[in-house]
Design a binder for this molecule. Structure first.
Ligand SMILES: Nc1ncnc2c1ncn2[C@@H]1O[C@H](COP(=O)(O)OP(=O)(O)OP(=O)(O)O)[C@@H](O)[C@H]1O
Length: 342
């Protein structure tokens, strides 16, 4: 374990922003804090960096306590590198000097070797003499990462680093940065509200809502076994369907029966998070849904379907159906959606 964040609590003007917030990060892992705007992601990151002080809790990095009731190590002594949303490169320094900024005290030859190594790593080996304004947004952000990596920090924190880039570049760059962090074997935490970014680069995702960490898991587990309704609703596509549990552990719904991940001590009516891949068209079934909306997405059609009882589902399929046409739906044999208490 490289980072241990435990039970951080912090309020702004009487509003609780972090609520017993904590997690552990293994060495070399990349984690993402994910959640709606205002849920406390940046505040959590700023506490780890030392720019914000929690009212209680503790933070230890590489076995060294950075924060506890009695101790608060200043940001520049934490061995943490930061990458910000706006790159924050120094406009009057060329790219090589920007990258070398945090290692100015190293001997010149060693410094040059490290800068060359990092410029090669970020795919800009010939850009040392260029200035920031001569680079694209994506290139500048890679330089900002190289600058943060130069002193070999114990941890890199990235605060919405791709949010000012267009969607296509964002996904590509998040994959690239994920690879670079692995090559440098640097542990990192990224803050984002974009789940595609999180899924593209994270070993672990921490899903936050209202200052509370709802789940800390690898991306697949987060998607397949969401711990709370907030996680189920935030991650991926899906819709809620009313369900009742049977004695054999399956659930009954308006489109039939399926296996499900049931909550502990389940009783009464449940709500089931049904994702598009949980559904199949049933050629021999009784029509139970109406096509409310159909949108073409590359490679297929995205449907909003309305069931006869008024409930709505989302579904993806390769063949086109016109709005208001009718269809019979069933659960896929492998479906196992998550169920929660109402
Ligand atoms: N310095 C501050 N003083 C007062 N309130 C603050 C301060 N910093 C953050 N907040 C409030 O704390 C809450 C959490 O803010 P935070 O920036 O951590 O959220 P976030 O999840 O990172 O949001 P976003 O994705 O929009 O950046 C918000 O309600 C915000 O208005």
């Amino acid at each position: 374990m490289i980072l241990d964040v435990a039970k951080l609590n912090l309020s702004f003007g009487g509003k609780r922003v972090l609520n017993d917030f904590g997690f552990t990060l293994e060495e070399g892992e990349t984690a993402c804090l994910l959640g709606h705007s205002g849920c406390g992601k940046t505040t959590a990151l700023r506490c780890i960096a030392g720019f914000e002080t929690a009212a209680s809790g503790s933070i230890a990095l590489n076995g060294r306590t950075l924060f506890s009731g009695s101790l608060n190590v200043p940001p520049h002594q934490r061995r943490i590198g930061m990458v910000f949303q706006d790159y924050a490169l120094f406009p009057h320094l060329n790219i090589a000097a920007n990258v070398a900024f945090g290692i100015a005290k190293q001997p010149a030859a060693e410094r040059k070797r490290r800068v060359d190594e990092l410029l090669a790593l970020i795919g800009l080996p010939d850009y040392g003499k260029h200035y920031p304004h001569q680079l694209s947004g994506g290139q500048q952000q890679r330089v900002a990462l190289a600058r943060a990596l130069a002193p070999r920090p114990d941890l890199i924190l990235l605060d919405e680093p791709f949010s000012s880039l267009d969607a296509d570049l964002r996904t590509r760059l998040s994959q690239e940065v994920g690879k670079l962090l692995k090559q440098e074997r640097t542990s990192a935490i990224l803050v984002t509200h974009d789940q595609h970014e999180a899924f593209a680069m994270a070993d672990k995702i921490g899903m936050m809502a209202d200052g509370t960490l709802h789940q800390w898991d690898d991306p697949q587990t987060l998607y397949r076994r969401p711990a709370t309704p907030a996680v189920a609703a935030f991650v991926g596509q899906g819709a809620w369907l009313t369900a009742t549990a049977d004695a054999d552990g399956s659930v009954q719904t308006a489109i039939g029966r399926t296996a499900a991940l049931l909550p502990e001590n389940h009783h009464g009516t449940l709500r089931l998070r049904v994702r598009p891949e949980h559904l199949r068209a049933d050629p021999n079934g009784k029509t139970n849904a109406r096509v409310a909306e159909c949108a073409f997405t590359c490679g297929g059609f995205q449907y909003t379907l309305q069931l006869d009882n008024g409930e709505t589902l989302h579904w993806l399929d390769g063949s086109h159906r016109t709005p208001d046409s009718r269809i019979a739906l069933r659960f896929a044999d492998t479906a196992c959606p998550a169920a929660f208490h109402n």
